[in-house]
Each structure stands twice: as structure tokens, then as C-alpha cells.
Design a protein around this ligand. Structure first.
Ligand code: FPP
Length: 247
């Protein structure tokens, strides 16, 4: 029998979301509306992350996962991709100490193979320097795609089968997630996408099977802690049954 999803919630009875995942969309349009280049919007978007992380403890959000760069984002212009990579390097170098001081543990998910060494070194250092923290678990999805993650997980799983350490008959809904990038995280309870698009764009495909979705019009650089609070409260008012019948 399939295991009940690992969330804060019991069917029909829960409070706010323990794990919130966000597709931060709309930076480009936000900048263009101001007559500025798209990268101006990405910089404004990066500044929003701090406010949202800081709001988590008071909302009871223990896990926050944000989509910073997808496996499809390489198709953008070379100028935008290079600008985003430089922004990630600067963000990590600048924010590590501030996040550590706020008891935030940072993890990265996604395929690091295509990222440059300078960036992956900074990512390793950020993970290491925040590893002792236990307040908010911030996961940054960088060169992440849900299908890519499942394909990479399947490769690792097949290697264990080939080595003889995994019996194919034992592969079930509990085994496969152990090979995903998110293996130490609970599934998201609430997935938010900003900017008015109602798509999940290859984000946490396996993990979001039971998540609630909120598609909101706000462009990411305008998103506030207050809005996150409203969405968490609205999640808390929902009746989630995970396929069960209300008793
Ligand atoms: C989508 O907006 C946003 C991205 C592809 C990049 C997300 C990055 C950030 C919010 C900033 C950096 C984050 C960290 C953790 C440092 P878009 O460009 O697709 O907007 P559009 O749909 O209006 O064009």
C-alpha cells in the first residue's frame, strides 16, 4: 500500500504549511514595465528572498524551496544566463553569513555538472557553513528540472540494481524518493507561483503530488512576507484529505 504523504497534516486536520515551495516568476516583466533590463528584475527578485526567508519562522514554515534556475533556463540569451550566474555567485558570497546568523540551513538541488566551478565551490561552502543550523531549511533549486531529477535518480537506482545492492522487486514509492535530490526533505505542502502563469514548469514533479497550488498575479519582485502570510492562512483553512473520505 502507498505510504501516506509525509507532511505536517493529518487528513482534514492541520494548520499552516510546513514546507512551502515557490516558483519565483515575473522578474523580467517587472523590469520591463519599468523600462529597465531583465537583469534589473532578477536583482530585485534576489533581494525579495531575504524577506520571505525571514518571515518563515513566525508562519511555522520550516522548509522553503525556491526555484532559482531551471534546466530550461539555459535557452535564454547568453547575456541573461551569464548575468544570472554572476548574480548567484554574488548572492551566495554576500548572504551566507546573514543566513547563518538567522539559523537558516541552505541546501541546493539540481544538477551541478553544468555549473561553473567557482559557483559550485561557493554552493558547497554555503551548505557547509550553514549545516549546523536548524531554524529554516532553505533549498535553492539551481539548474533543476523535475524530469532531469527523476532521470538522474533512476540512473543511480539502476546502478544499485547492477551492483546487486537493490532488488528490483523492492522498488516502490518509498524507495525511489530516496534517490531524488530532495531525499532529506518532506514533500511540499504548498506550491506558490507568482506572475499569473498557471503552470508548474517541471518543478518538484514527484514531490508535489499532494501539494496545494496557489497561482497569484503578483510579480516576484513585488511579493511580500504579508502575501506569504495570507497564502499560508488560506492553506490552513483548506480541507486536505489525501484521497481519504472525511469521517
Ligand atoms: C523568472 O522570472 C525568474 C528566474 C528565471 C530567475 C529567478 C531568480 C531570482 C528570483 C533571483 C535570484 C535568486 C536567488 C536565490 C539568488 P522571468 O525572468 O521568467 O520573468 P518573466 O516571466 O517576467 O520574463
Amino acid at each position: 500500500m502507498a505510504k501516506a504523504p509525509e507532511t505536517d497534516a493529518r487528513p482534514g486536520q492541520h494548520s499552516g504549511p510546513r514546507h512551502v515551495a515557490i516558483i519565483m516568476d515575473g522578474n523580467g516583466r517587472w523590469a520591463q514595465a519599468k523600462g529597465r533590463p531583465r537583469l534589473f528584475g532578477h536583482h530585485a527578485g534576489a533581494r525579495r528572498v531575504r524577506e520571505v526567508v525571514e518571515a518563515c519562522p513566525s508562519l511555522g514554515v520550516k522548509y522553503l524551496t525556491i526555484f532559482a534556475f531551471s534546466t530550461e533556463n539555459w535557452k535564454r540569451t547568453q547575456v541573461e544566463v551569464a548575468g544570472l550566474m554572476s548574480l548567484f555567485r554574488r548572492y551566495i558570497a554576500k548572504e551566507t553569513r546573514a543566513l547563518a546568523a538567522r539559523d537558516v540551513r541552505v541546501r541546493f538541488i539540481g544538477d551541478r555538472v553544468r555549473l561553473d566551478r567557482k559557483l559550485t565551490d561557493l554552493m558547497d561552502r554555503m551548505e557547509l557553513e550553514t549545516a549546523v543550523n536548524d531554524g529554516v531549511n532553505l533549498t535553492i533549486a539551481l539548474n533543476y528540472g523535475g524530469r532531469d531529477e527523476v532521470a538522474r535518480a533512476t540512473q543511480r537506482l539502476a546502478m544499485d540494481v547492477a551492483k546487486g545492492t537493490l532488488d528490483p522487486a523492492d522498488i516502490d514509492e518509498e524507495t525511489l524518493p530516496k534517490y531524488l535530490d530532495t531525499h532529506v526533505l518532506p514533500d511540499p505542502d504548498l506550491v506558490i507561483r507568482t506572475s499569473g502563469e498557471a503552470r508548474i514548469s517541471n518543478f518538484l514533479l514527484w514531490q508535489s503530488a499532494y501539494a496545494e497550488y496557489e497561482f497569484i498575479d503578483t510579480l516576484w519582485p513585488d511579493f511580500t512576507a504579508e502575501e506569504l502570510g495570507r497564502l499560508c492562512a488560506s492553506y490552513g483553512a483548506k480541507d486536505r484529505r489525501f484521497g481519504a473520505v472525511k469521517t
